[in-house]
Write a protein that binds this ligand. Sequence first.
Ligand code: ADP
Ligand code: S3P
Ligand code: MG
Length: 167
Amino acid sequence: MKRTNLVLIGMPGSGKSTVGVVLAKRLSLGFVDTDLVIQAREGRPLQATVDALGYEALRDIEEQTLLELAVERHVIATGGSVIYSEPGMSRLAAHGVVVHLDVPLDELVRRVGDFSLRGIAMRPDQSFANLFAERRPLYAQHAQHTIDCQGLDLEQVCQQIIAVVDR
Ligand SMILES: Nc1ncnc2c1ncn2[C@@H]1O[C@H](COP(=O)(O)OP(=O)(O)O)[C@@H](O)[C@H]1O
Ligand SMILES: O=C(O)C1=C[C@@H](OP(=O)(O)O)[C@@H](O)[C@H](O)C1
Ligand SMILES: [Mg+2]
């Protein structure tokens, strides 16, 4: 793996944060979750930033965070909205292999539950299903590898990622 980071992208609930930390342990890489960087920077939960400043402001803060992120040999768990930032995605791709965790809509709904509390950077009038349809092609377009996570447990998702990035 020449580009030394391993970048996970995908919908909220696809497992970027959960899989990311296990993967980092398995591969002896560092781990950073850009959502946690943003929360620490803002000094409040993501949902509070969306409530106070709006979802577009969260996307701007996310872009800034991606542009300032300087890590090597890390698994990077991103927030689901990163694919709206072309400069952010370019920077991530320049220094890492980008992997899309593709999880079916019904499984995401089951995992996320009440998505209105999760700080998702989406238009207030938009449904989760509509957001899924809008974003899925964008994740696929920005990823070097897409993992079909349907029916896979955490361990199996990690194994599949390791198999594709080892190639
Ligand atoms: N096979 C699986 N892979 C990853 N996460 C899973 C899986 N099955 C259930 N989950 C659960 O789904 C949720 C994924 O959430 P999270 O890792 O925060 O996703 P993201 O960071 O992509 O929003 C966690 O609660 C995790 O325990
Ligand atoms: O998809 C989104 O719009 C977002 C998902 C969140 O991260 P997760 O994908 O880790 O849930 C977080 O980055 C932010 O609140 C926006
Ligand atoms: Mg996450």
